[in-house]
Design a protein around this ligand. Structure first.
Ligand SMILES: Cc1ncc(COP(=O)(O)O)c(C=O)c1O
Length: 374
């Protein structure tokens, strides 16, 4: 039986005027809606105490295990409003599946797919007015105009909430999903970013947690991101841990190369790369764009040589937050190289437009990825 996520309504929701002001300029990850979904797991009773409750702080004992041993996982997906006012998720089953795999890797309990989806749909229903692009109920004002890139970002997460300092899997775990309105990732339009290939730091090693979406991976990437910034770069690209010779991914995005012979290449999943939902959607779309999708090991030197010779024509990063981000310049210890003309490539732009058009209901959802919530 699925967990019930009944609404315990927030007695003090934000005023419609406050919400409108936030939705006019939400930024990313700054504001949160009036509610959150929660559930508790204990080794004795399994999953229970599920509900949609007023958004608010957790009270944590200082000995709470997650604060010491980082037994924690999370997900990221979006709710999109279509022109007719309806609200949709895009391939949320993939997030449920990855959440389950992350849980298994971090010795956390699996939240069944139906409960993962139920928690999200109940939260989006409770906070429907927070999905950008809607009309305010009872308001004489017209619906906010969407730029086609505003959404309600959803952040399901789970952590060891048992107060116990022994190093073992917690016997008490808290699950929650919070929601945050998000503006277009690129407020001034899409511009190619600059990437630093780090040979100092790695993100994940064979047998480690790279394929899981756990907080520790992101904590470990921050110093490398700072190194990238010191070199004037926007993002860091990680190579493999053993040889520093094979491309893996960015701190929060997967990577793709487009070649002169119309191959669309992405590093194969080795266990240390996060299996991105966007990465997978692009693999599926490739043939519709006359591209041959290829998953294989890609050498750092092969990339640099390919950019030099013109064999690699475009390079882009992809993930839920920024969809598809063109990469214009690669910097590394040995120098720097421009990708093509340094501008957004044609294939990159076309794939980006298609994904967004499907997510926002402007193009046919030929692969059946959309799931209606409202
Ligand atoms: C390390 C990492 N790689 C790749 C991705 C892209 O995954 P997705 O397309 O599912 O957002 C993300 C974002 O979730 C990430 O954090």
């Amino acid at each position: 039986m699925s967990l019930p996520f009944d609404l315990r309504a927030n007695p003090k929701p934000r005023s419609a005027a406050d919400r409108r002001a936030i939705l006019a300029e939400p930024g990313f990850g700054l504001y949160f809606t009036d509610h959150m979904s929660v559930a508790t797991w204990t080794s004795a009773d399994g999953w229970h105490d599920s509900a949609v409750v007023p958004y608010g702080p957790f009270q944590l004992d200082p000995a709470t295990a997650v604060l010491h041993y980082a037994q924690e996982i999370f997900e990221g997906l979006k709710a999109y409003r279509h022109a007719d006012g309806s609200v949709w998720l895009f391939r949320p089953e993939k997030n449920a599946d990855r959440f389950a795999r992350s849980a298994t890797r971090l010795a956390l309990p699996v939240l069944p797919e139906a409960d993962f989806l139920g928690s999200i749909e109940a939260l989006v229903s409770a906070d429907a007015a927070w999905v950008p692009g809607g009309t305010e109920p009872g308001s004489p004002e017209p619906a906010a105009v969407t730029t086609g890139e505003q959404s309600l970002y959803l952040r399901p997460f789970m952590f060891a909430s048992e107060a116990f300092l022994g190093v073992r899997a917690a016997h008490r775990v808290t699950y929650a999903c919070i929601a945050s309105p998000a503006g277009p990732y690129f407020a001034k339009g899409v511009h190619p970013i600059t990437i630093w290939i780090s040979t100092t730091y790695t993100r994940a090693a064979p047998g480690g947690t790279g394929a899981a979406k756990c907080g520790g991976n992101y904590a470990a990437s921050l110093v490398a991101q700072a190194e990238a910034a010191e070199h004037g770069c926007d993002q860091v690209m990680f190579a493999d841990a053993a040889e520093h010779a094979w491309l893996e991914e960015l701190g929060g995005m997967n990577v793709y190369l487009v070649t002169r012979d119309n191959e669309l290449i992405t590093p194969e999943l080795t266990g240390s790369i996060l299996e991105g939902v966007t990465r997978d959607s692009i693999l599926t779309l490739a043939r519709e764009f006359g591209l041959t999708p290829v998953e294989r090991r890609v050498g750092v030197q092969e990339l640099l040589d390919g950019l030099g010779s013109g064999q690699v024509t475009e390079l882009f990063a992809c993930g839920t937050a920024a969809v598809i981000t063109p990469i214009g310049v690669i910097k590394h210890e040995g120098g720097e190289v421009t990708v093509g003309s340094g501008e957004t490539g044609e294939t990159t732009a076309a794939l980006r437009k298609n994904l967004l058009d499907v997510q926002y209901g402007r193009a046919e959802d030929t692969h059946g990825g959309l799931r209606r919530v409202l």
